[in-house]
Design a protein around this ligand. Structure first.
Ligand SMILES: Nc1nc2c(ncn2[C@@H]2O[C@H](COP(=O)(O)OP(=O)(O)OP(=O)(O)O)[C@@H](O)[C@H]2O)c(=O)[nH]1
Ligand SMILES: [Mg+2]
Length: 414
């Protein structure tokens, strides 16, 4: 009997051993170095995502690797060493992209850049309605004044307000919301004349940047080259500003950051010759985009305007149909002067669009309306800061939404 009990006991123990204990190792987590890191990965990614939310809110292109760091890029200094420049290149955040419908994140990022204009021009417009129950012609009169003093431009402001007055007479503008919606529609219609980024239609696509002194031509080239590189497009830079040695050095800093070659001539060399050589070099190397920097020139100086015409012609000699893009860079803080510059540059050379820089530094961002309306030139990019990622492809819907829409704090207060 005892033997039977011992046999039953052994059988139970064997069952427990094979059925439970032997299975356990498979159920245990893998050893460190095996699955453990994989399990940690989502947490790391989550941390990265959290960092992205706090960082300048720009959407990375779909195919881009995530930025190595969200550290902002300081403004390029020609004196910086190569190692510093390389370090900056490594920390460049991915460039923004405005492809597809504008997301809330993109609008928030734009609102940050347009904070001065929202707090200035837009806040002044909004203030006109405070305590007013009905819309009367006097309010429209005041709106016109605010627009003109915010650099929208006299013609544009008058045209917009003329249409609003007609609608008021037809009793279509009964309250503040109706006026606001009408204004939003006016802005969308004016700004929607085109836009979007550079079209890389040829190899190389030659992009010439022109404008008066200090508007941000070289910085914009650096920003555009950063975007192109992040989009895996090969880039060559041409130092067409042969006027100052520092200008070449400034472009070279960007060249190092984005790992792009810079074609340069001697100080005082003919800028047309540099652009010609660079176009041939771009063809020879098979690069996708050649950015040609030029010296700042006063739109009122005929010899300087003749020089830029010549630069264009020499580029065309090296490659038929080039330059494919001629972008006029305008400093938004110069207000009405920007409009005059645009009109004169447009008359001298064919422009394919505008890059409106320093919108972050003005409370009168309404100037963008005047430029599009009066000159019928599409704004292609806007500059909202000095860092490489502070350049946004212009999208009228997104821009109007960012300008007129509530920001997070306003929405919370409402
Ligand atoms: N805040 C702000 N500063 C900008 C922007 N774009 C350029 N800048 C600054 O404007 C200054 C002039 O920029 P540059 O790129 O040297 O201008 P440029 O047109 O090449 O100047 P020249 O070659 O002298 O004619 C620099 O300090 C830039 O950092 C922008 O969008 N916002
Ligand atoms: Mg320059």
């Amino acid at each position: 009997m005892i033997i039977v009990y011992i046999l039953i006991g052994l059988a139970v123990l064997a069952g427990v051993y094979f059925g439970v204990i032997r299975k356990k190792p498979d159920e245990l987590p893998a050893a460190p170095g095996d699955r453990a890191p994989a399990a940690k990965l989502p947490a790391k990614e989550a941390a990265k995502d959290a960092a992205k939310v706090d960082a300048p809110e720009h959407k990375a292109p779909a195919l881009q690797p995530p930025p190595k760091s969200q550290k902002p890029l300081p403004k390029p200094e020609p004196t910086k060493s190569e190692s510093q420049a390389t370090a900056h290149a490594e920390t460049s955040p991915a460039p923004p992209s405005s492809k597809g419908p504008p997301s809330k994140k993109e609008i928030r990022a734009l609102q940050k850049g347009l904070a001065a204009t929202r707090g200035g021009f837009m806040a002044r417009l909004k203030a006109l309605f405070t305590g007013k129950k009905e819309i009367d012609p006097a309010i429209l009169e005041q709106m016109e004044e605010v627009m003109i003093s915010s650099d929208v431009g006299v013609k544009t402001a008058q045209a917009i307000l003329g249409r609003l007055r007609d609608r008021l007479q037809k009793n279509e503008l009964s309250d503040e919301d109706a006026v606001w919606t009408a204004l939003r529609d006016e802005a969308k219609a004016i700004l929607g004349i085109g836009g979007g980024g550079i079209r890389v239609s040829h190899k190389p696509t030659v992009v010439l940047l022109v404008g008066v002194n200090g508007v941000g031509k070289t910085t914009t080239i650096g920003k555009l080259a950063t975007r192109a590189k992040e989009n895996k497009q090969s880039v060559l830079l041409a130092a067409g500003d042969t006027f100052r040695a520092a200008a070449v050095a400034q472009l070279e800093v960007w060249g190092k950051r984005v790992e792009a070659n810079v074609v340069k001539g001697k100080e005082g060399a003919d800028p047309g010759a540099v652009a010609f050589d660079a176009t041939n070099k771009a063809k020879e190397l098979g690069v996708q985009i050649l950015f040609v920097d030029t010296a700042g020139r006063l739109h009122t100086k005929a010899p300087l305007m003749d020089e830029i015409k010549k630069v264009k012609r020499t580029i065309a000699k090296a490659m038929e149909g080039a330059p494919h893009e001629t972008l006029l860079v305008l400093d938004a803080t110069t207000g009405q002067n920007a409009l005059t510059q645009a009109a004169m540059f447009k008359e001298a050379i064919d422009l394919t669009g505008i890059v409106l820089t320093k919108l972050d530094g003005t409370a009168k961002g309404g100037v963008v309306l005047g430029i599009c309306d009066e000159l019928k030139l599409p704004v292609r990019y806007v500059g909202l800061g000095e860092r490489a990622e502070d350049l946004r492809e212009f999208d009228a819907d997104e821009f109007v939404e960012a300008l007129f829409g509530q920001d997070a704090s306003e929405a919370a207060a409402a």
